[in-house]
Design a protein around this ligand. Sequence first.
Ligand code: TXA
Ligand code: MG
Length: 334
Amino acid sequence: MIDTGTDIEFAAKCIAEGNLVAFPTETVYGLGADAFNPYAVARIFEVKQRPTFDPLIVHISEMNQINDLYDSDISDIVYALAQAFWPGPLTIVHLKSARVPDIVTAGLNTVAVRMPSHPIALELIRLSGTAIAAPSANRFGQLSPTRSEHVQKQLTDVAYLLENEYEMVGVESTVVSIQNGKCILLRPGAISLTDINKVVPCTVFNKDSSLDKLHAPGLLKSHYSPNKPLYILAEDINNLPLNSGLILHKKLTTITNANRIISTSETQNSTEIAANLFIALHTMEDDTTVSQIFIEPVEETDLGVAIMDRIRKASYRYNLNLVESKVIPNRLST
Ligand code: TXA
Ligand code: MG
């Protein structure tokens, strides 16, 4: 069991001494270490069992910290986005300064930075006197944690786990890359592309973007997966196989034979769905009467884009042989 509590000063001391702390942010829980201490950062990869080719986000509490992290020639686009969305769930990838250890950026010449808006995260960074490198506090590839119990379930060897007392968005930050005067969306997240486009023109990463695949290491097709099969529910399904869990985003369903039904929202409200998505998946993962999970898709507008991105990634490895919109339950026994 990880030692837990609400002592931010103690947690900050742990970070300053080169130890790991799991802490709440406004998106999901992070697993943090001093970003300028390569040994501490190396332990994040070890504890998470994360491949070292996948770089970390560096969290700051003051705007002037970007001068230690980004290269001296900081684009105006970075300032415009920071002004509009920081503190908040937007991560900005930009050319890095030589001070940032290679292990943080997986050897890339860019670094991902964000200033979280969560009061506990901000206070932790401020008191630690450094910038904090932190991925989500889950084991690599598994579900992101939105509660301290989710962190306890997946990780050990962490010096301290800070309890949360605030609401969380429930999906990770939006990641954009700013290079050569262009904004490219690398990961949909808590801030929608529509909102970003109100500040700067930004396009979704694709193979024609000037960035190559290597510069978008987070675009794995499979990610955030529960440890049992997850399928996207087709509209015309009325019957589920034995021992199924069903995650809905509204109250009513005509399906009557699910072992367990969890509704993330009674009114299909996307803020509520995002906040409850990982909680619902963790609950299904822990329920021993459920051997496979079905999840209703959501409409892909605004926050719905990030929600569907997570649902697709969470179900990707299970849906490989199925056409996404035509999940046929009796073919799912394999
Ligand atoms: O909301 C969040 O962003 C949470 C909280 C804890 O801040 N953190 C989080 O971290 O989701 P993580 O490590 O699970 O996801 C970071 C994403 C990965 O997809 C990674 O590949 C990408 O950011 N990333 C980090 N540095 C990058 C870089 N230099 N270039 C391109 N992508 C980068
Ligand atoms: Mg993650």
